[in-house]
Design a protein around this ligand. Structure first.
Ligand code: TXA
Ligand code: MG
Length: 321
């Protein structure tokens, strides 16, 4: 019922026929459909089991084309778009009427992103409409970074998954916007704070986690894997104090001891590589026969910031010494 394939033509045909399909992007796989047709957008919410108060990102193929959907671009956001689009960054901008309230959950702003993935850009260029696409995971579950991840979660619910290989970034896009003239970062992702500050100077407002979200998508328990995840600031010390068979370990760099259940996000401590492997790791540990899994905080810079934000949301316990 659900086919995984590499045909751009098939993907385009399904989308033209008002179907919702899985598409690759450089960040995570998306669950895509015609952003201009409310009955298709409704299907996306239903398949994902996503609450209607949580709005969708609208994907298009160029900055010029985005003007069909937005009223204005703040000058600083234009600079960021020039520097990083197509790429893992999403802009919150005043929407035009053509974008339905359903897409933005009633907000006057729409999230616009130009993904940097060859197959998906080709699809977007050939469609007469933009694509609404949340990450292609059921609501509250880990984002998919391979076509197989999407298949595991949504088989039988969508006709097609376009396979673009593993996502090269592996974390969702960074979301930025402007509030009261101030630049605000709503989600840390593929473009780092440092990257952006090189272009627009110091960004003072980073408005991320909240158990009482102001903007949707800021729910604290957004990423909730089935396994109990413990996070520590000193894995070496933690492992000398806890050595039982009920423990699995996610390393980043050096392997500290021998464990039945462990994996390594990056042997040479590359944040880029750790980001690529992170969501796959959160899926892998679900098959481990352990009660809990421990991981150390990443360094609080670059992609490490985004990874730590994910850990904060996934953790059931924090053990800082
Ligand atoms: O990398 C990505 O951004 C991926 C790929 C598929 O493009 N998409 C993605 O979508 O992560 P999703 O729906 O899983 O996360 C989008 C986030 C949500 O937290 C949502 O609340 C927020 O963006 N968002 C979307 N539109 C918004 C709007 N109009 N106002 C405020 N937040 C918005
Ligand atoms: Mg998501």
């Amino acid at each position: 019922m659900t086919e995984i394939g590499k045909s751009i033509d098939k993907a385009i045909e399904y989308l033209l026929n008002d179907e919702v399909i899985g598409i690759p992007t450089e960040t995570v796989y998306g669950l895509a459909g015609n952003a201009l047709k409310p009955e298709v957008v409704v299907k996306i919410f239903e398949i994902k089991n996503r609450p209607y108060f949580n709005p969708l990102i609208v994907h298009t193929y160029s900055f010029e084309k985005s003007w069909d959907y937005v009223e204005t671009w703040d000058a600083r956001l234009i600079k960021l778009a020039e520097a990083f689009s197509p790429g893992p960054i999403t802009f919150l901008l005043p929407k035009k009427k053509i974008i339905a309230d359903l897409v933005t959950a009633g907000s006057s702003k729409v999230a616009i992103r130009i993904p940097n993935q060859a197959l998906t850009l080709e699809i977007l260029r050939n469609l007469p409409f933009p694509l609404a696409a949340p990450s292609a995971n059921p609501f509250g579950y880990v984002s998919p970074t391979t076509a197989e991840h999407v298949w595991n979660n949504l088989k039988g619910k969508i006709p097609y998954i376009l396979d673009g290989g593993p996502c090269t970034i592996g974390l969702e896009s960074t979301i930025v916007g402007v509030e009261n003239e101030l630049l605000v970062v709503y989600r840390l992702g593929g473009i780092t704070l440092e990257d952006m500050e090189k272009i627009v100077g110091k960004i003072n407002k980073v408005h991320l986690s909240s158990s009482k979200p102001q903007a949707p998508g800021m729910l604290l328990q957004h990423y909730a894997p089935q396994k109990n995840i413990w996070v520590t600031n000193d894995l070496k010390k933690f492992l000398t104090l806890h050595s039982d068979d009920n423990l699995g370990v996610i390393f980043y760099g050096e392997i500290l001891g021998s464990f039945k259940y462990f994996l390594n996000l990056s042997y040479n401590q590359s944040l880029t590589e750790a980001a690529q492997n992170f969501f796959d790791a959160l899926r892998a540990i679900e098959n481990w026969n352990v009660d809990y899994v421990v991981i150390q905080w990443f360094e609080e810079r670059g992609l490490g910031r985004a990874l730590n934000d994910k850990l904060k949301r996934a953790a059931v316990k924090i053990v800082n010494y």
